[in-house]
Ligand binder design. Structure first.
Ligand code: SAH
Ligand code: SF4
Ligand code: F3S
Length: 435
């Protein structure tokens, strides 16, 4: 194989895809591909895709369309589709867009180097198996160069919850947890490369169950890794918030006071239709227990409006729940019917009604987020600096509560953790002064 081929990867979707893209780049790096920042001039373009909502999935085809010109200039260009659209649509992608040479699912990308050989020989390659072997065991060890101070580390994949609207159990497969010793080894390697913060990932990360370890046990073991300063995890399900995990939020120094805990709706009727297996009351009591363990914890959530059967009173219940919980951060979406999911068979709410509800909900969530940011002004926070800001001498990092904070700090390096006084709140960030 010839050396120094250029690989362009574009990533869509959740953090797990960001992690997978890093691992795919490393896997292909071992076969002579070097990652570049733009599709122009690349030998291989790989889209790591998301199937969660219709818009996300359709975006892939318009993106592929945009590569026609590049392909015309370089007929040797290879194009691949990875991730959840690849898993869900498989061969159909090559039928709709014959320019595509390779389709690989989220559980088979350790086979990419082999597949690339096929593609380089002018064949098409497709692999969307759910293999028996553990892909992580077949990926190259993570290489040594220094890297950004905050890293993702996938510890659990797939989902067994089958929420009625969601494609993840189909695109990612059943819940599987990686063995704790492998995770700890990867964490130590990341720390050697300059990483200070690790965000443990899983579609259902708090259901982690690796060799009988719970997520809390894994977090406590990571707490002992020298040089690692911060631990986060995402995304959690309310039904897997175990007592030891709640307690860890109060007791474990390195575990950051931030929790993304999606509820989707505040109506018990809708929650039932969604197959969420808990009530609004259960969620609210859970948040109370978490706040009792860690009073300053910032709660983040996900919401869906316009789920089939959602009436005005159900939506009002969602607004009530939001008022009761008070979110520091949240994502809200209009329901999107996904092929193959149970809810797709049901009749849905009109687009106008769903749009109006989304606007109303987002206005409330934005108001809460702003108020929480405003309340930070005058407080001292610890910031892990990550990169230079827009202005000369400016550095940007994240507070414990995951607020983006910028300061004037010409001598700061990425990876520094410093105490900062917050002096102002802006739309999506805080301004601070080094102490
Ligand atoms: N595992 C996580 C999140 C999975 S997807 C969890 O259980 O919470 C991220 C978010 O996308 C979900 O929380 C949900 O709010 C949203 N989502 C998933 N499927 C959707 C659909 N069909 N339509 C609209 N939003 C959806
Ligand atoms: Fe999807 Fe529900 Fe699983 Fe989350 S818990 S990934 S929303 S099926
Ligand atoms: Fe999207 Fe797959 Fe993540 S559908 S949200 S990329 S698990």
């Amino acid at each position: 194989m010839s050396n120094n081929k250029k690989l362009y990867i574009k990533t869509y979707g959740c953090q797990m895809n960001v992690y997978d893209s890093e691992r795919m780049a490393e896997a292909l790096g071992a076969s002579g591909y070097e990652q570049v920042e733009a599709p122009e001039g690349a030998d291989m373009i790989l889209l790591n895709t998301c199937h969660i909502r219709e818009k996300a999935a359709e975006k892939i085809y318009s993106e592929l369309g945009r590569y026609k010109g590049i392909k015309a200039e370089n007929p040797d260009l290879k194009i691949g589709v990875a991730g959840c659209v690849a898993q869900a649509e498989g061969e159909e992608i090559m039928r709709r867009q014959p320019m595509v040479d390779l389709v690989v699912g989220p559980q088979t990308y350790h086979r990419l180097p082999e597949m690339m050989k096929q593609v380089e020989a002018g064949e098409k390659a497709l692999d969307t198996d759910f293999p028996l072997e553990d892909k992580f065991e077949h990926l190259p060890d993570r290489p040594l160069p220094r890297r950004a101070p905050s890293a993702f580390l996938t510890v659990q994949e797939g989902c067994d919850k089958f929420c009625a609207f969601c494609v993840v159990p189909y695109t990612r497969g059943a819940e599987v947890s990686r063995p704790p010793e492998r995770i700890l080894r990867e964490a130590r390697e990341l720390v050697e490369r300059g990483v200070k913060e690790i965000n443990l990932l899983g579609q259902n990360v708090n259901a982690y169950n690796g060799g009988d370890w719970t997520l809390a046990q894994l977090i406590w073991a990571l707490n002992d890794v020298d040089g690692l300063e911060r631990i986060r995890f995402t995304t959690s399900h309310p039904n897997d918030m175990t007592d030891d995990l709640i307690a860890a939020h109060g007791e474990c120094d390195k575990l950051m006071p931030y929790l993304h805990l999606p509820v989707q709706s505040g109506s018990d009727k809708v929650l039932k239709g969604m197959n969420r297996q808990h009530t609004a009351e259960h969620y609210i009591r859970l948040i109370e227990r978490i706040r009792a363990a860690r009073p300053d914890i910032l709660i983040s959530g996900d919401f869906i409006v316009g789920f089939p059967g959602e009436e005005d009173t159900d939506f009002d219940a969602t607004m009530d729940l939001v008022r009761e919980v008070n979110y520091g951060q949240a994502y809200s979406f209009k329901y999107s019917a996904r092929p193959g999911t149970p809810a797709a068979e049901r009749s849905f709410v009109s687009v106008e009604v769903a749009n109006a509800r989304l606007q109303q909900l987002q206005a409330l969530l934005t108001q809460q987020q702003r108020a929480l940011q405003e309340a930070m002004v005058g407080q001292e926070v610890d910031v892990l600096f990550e990169k230079k800001g827009r202005l000369a001498g400016q550095m940007i990092g994240k507070s414990q509560h995951l607020h983006a904070v910028h300061v004037a700090g010409p001598d700061l390096q990425a990876g520094d953790i410093r105490r900062v006084r917050v002096v102002k709140s802006e739309t999506n960030s805080l301004g601070g002064e080094l102490l």
